[in-house]
Design a protein around this ligand. Structure first.
Ligand SMILES: Cc1ncc(COP(=O)(O)O)c(C=O)c1O
Length: 421
C-alpha cells in the first residue's frame, strides 16, 4: 500500500513534455528478459559479439598509461578526443568524404547528435521533413523542439514542392536514414540521394544523414553516402548542407555511447556550443578506449558481425518465404538489422502483437510507432540481430501460423508446403 500520494506536476511541465511518451519499443525491450518469449522486438546488437576482451585491454592500457591515464579521467574539450576525430576523418575519407578533424564532433551516440541537430535547427512550429516510416528515436529527439512533421518521399517531386512551400511554416530540416534503414531495412539508391541533395541544397534546407547501419552491409556494392555525393557536388565539405551522423553503437558497442557528426566547419562550431551546454563533452575515458578499439579491431569486428547478422538475415528471409501466407510481403535488406513486414490492410500490427505474445510467445514491434502521421497499422518490424538462427526459424514459424489463423482460419497451407512435403 502506498503511504503517500505523489504530487501532480502536470501544471508545471513545459508544453514540450506533452509530446514525450514512453517509447513502445523500450517497453517491449522488457520482454527480452522473459526467456520463454522469442523476441524480434529489439533493435540492438547481439551482446555475444561484443569485443569484451579487447575492451578490457583498451581500458587497462589507457588507465595504465602515464599521460593518458590521468587525462582520461579529466574534463576535456567539447569537440571530442583529437586522435579519435582523426581516425574518424580517415574513416570518412575511406567513404569518399575528404574532411579534417575540424569537421568532426564527438557525440554521446548518434542519438545525442540528433538531439543537438534538433536544437540547432528547429523552432516550435517549424517543419521537419521525415520519411514514413522512420526511426522513432529521431521523432522523439526532434519532437522536443516541437516541429510539425511532413512526410518526405525522396523519390518524388513532392519533396521539391514541400521545400518551396513557406506559407505553411519554415522547412527547417530534412532527415533520412539512407542505408538499411530502421525500421524498413531499405537503402536509398544513388539517384534518389542525388535528387534529394539537389532539392534540399536549392531550398537551403539542412539534410541530416543518419548512417547508423551503414557499415553493416552483407552484400552488394556500398552506396556513396549523401555527404560524399554532396561534397562532390559542391566541391568542399565546408560548402555542404549535409550533416552526417555516425556511431560506433552498431559495430563496437552501444554502451560506450560514442558517435559523431561530420559536417561543414561552421555547423560543427555551432554544434560544439550546443554540446557544451548539454554535457560539456562525451566521457573522455570512453573516447580514448574507442580510439584504441577503432585503430586495432574495427575492420575485424565489422567483418565478424556482418557474417553473423547476414546468416541470420538469410534464415529469417527463407523462413518468411516458407511460412507466411499469401497477402503478406516484406523487404529484402542487404544489411542492417531489420526486415519490414506488411500485412493485409485489415490486420492490425498492435493487435497481432498482443495475440502473438499470448498465443505464440513471439514479440515484434508494431509498425505504427514509426510513422509520424499515424499510418502503418498493418506493418511490423522484425529484428534478426539478436536471435539465434534456430530461434529465428522457430519464431517465424510460429508467427506465420498465427497470421495464417488470423487470415484464413484452419484452411491455410503454407507457401512451399508441397516443396516441404
Ligand atoms: C537509425 C538510428 N539512428 C540512431 C540510433 C541511435 O544510436 P546510438 O545513439 O546508439 O548511436 C539508432 C539506434 O537504434 C538508430 O536505429
Amino acid at each position: 500500500m502506498e503511504l503517500y500520494s505523489a504530487i501532480d506536476w502536470s501544471h508545471a511541465f513545459a508544453p514540450r513534455m506533452e509530446r514525450m511518451r514512453a517509447s513502445e519499443i523500450r517497453e517491449l525491450l522488457k520482454l527480452l528478459a522473459r526467456p520463454e518469449i522469442i523476441s524480434f522486438a529489439g533493435g540492438i546488437p547481439d551482446p555475444a559479439l561484443f569485443p569484451i576482451d579487447a575492451v578490457r585491454r583498451a581500458y587497462d592500457l589507457v588507465l595504465a598509461d602515464r599521460e593518458l591515464g590521468p587525462a582520461s579521467l579529466q574534463y576535456s574539450i567539447s569537440e571530442g578526443y583529437e586522435p579519435l576525430r582523426l581516425w574518424i576523418s580517415q574513416y570518412m575519407a575511406r567513404r569518399g568524404v575528404t574532411c579534417g578533424t575540424e569537421n568532426i564532433i564527438i557525440t554521446a551516440g548518434s542519438q545525442q547528435g540528433l538531439d543537438l541537430l534538433g536544437k540547432l535547427f528547429l523552432a516550435a512550429g517549424d517543419i521537419a521533413l521525415v520519411s514514413a516510416p522512420t526511426y522513432l528515436g529521431a521523432l522523439q529527439a526532434f519532437g522536443a523542439y516541437e516541429p510539425r512533421y511532413l512526410i518526405l518521399t525522396p523519390e518524388s517531386s513532392q519533396a521539391r514542392t514541400i521545400c518551396q512551400e513557406t506559407a505553411g511554416g519554415r522547412v527547417a530540416l530534412a532527415y533520412v536514414v539512407p542505408d538499411f534503414a530502421n525500421p524498413t531495412g531499405e537503402t536509398m539508391g544513388e539517384a534518389a540521394r542525388r535528387g534529394l541533395l539537389g532539392i534540399t541544397a536549392e531550398a537551403g534546407v539542412p539534410l541530416i544523414e543518419d548512417a547508423a547501419y551503414e557499415a553493416l552491409r552483407f552484400e552488394g556494392v556500398p552506396q556513396r553516402s549523401c555527404l560524399a555525393l554532396d561534397v562532390e557536388r559542391c566541391g568542399h565539405i565546408d560548402r555542404s548542407h549535409v550533416l552526417y551522423c555516425g556511431t560506433f553503437s552498431k559495430t563496437i558497442s552501444p554502451g560506450l555511447r560514442v558517435g559523431w557528426i561530420c559536417a561543414a566547419r561552421n555547423l560543427i562550431h555551432k554544434l560544439v556550443l550546443a554540446k557544451q551546454a548539454a554535457d560539456l563533452h562525451s566521457a573522455t575515458l570512453n573516447q580514448m578506449v574507442l580510439h584504441r578499439l577503432a585503430t586495432s579491431i574495427y575492420d575485424d569486428q565489422v567483418a565478424k558481425i556482418v557474417k553473423v547478422y547476414g546468416a541470420r538475415r538469410d534464415v529469417m528471409f527463407d523462413a518468411l518465404v516458407r511460412q507466411m501466407p499469401d497477402g503478406v510481403s516484406w523487404t529484402e535488406p542487404m544489411g542492417g538489422m531489420f526486415i519490414w513486414v506488411t500485412l493485409p490492410v485489415h490486420l492490425d500490427g498492435a493487435e497481432l502483437l498482443t495475440a502473438s505474445i499470448r498465443e505464440e510467445g513471439v514479440a515484434f514491434v508494431p509498425g505504427r510507432a514509426f510513422f509520424a502521421d499515424g499510418n502503418g497499422c498493418n506493418t511490423l518490424r522484425l529484428n534478426y540481430s539478436l536471435q539465434s538462427e534456430a530461434g529465428i526459424e522457430e519464431g517465424i514459424g510460429r508467427l506465420g501460423r498465427l497470421i495464417t489463423r488470423k487470415l484464413t482460419g484452419a484452411m491455410w497451407r503454407p507457401r512451399g508446403h508441397s516443396r516441404l512435403g
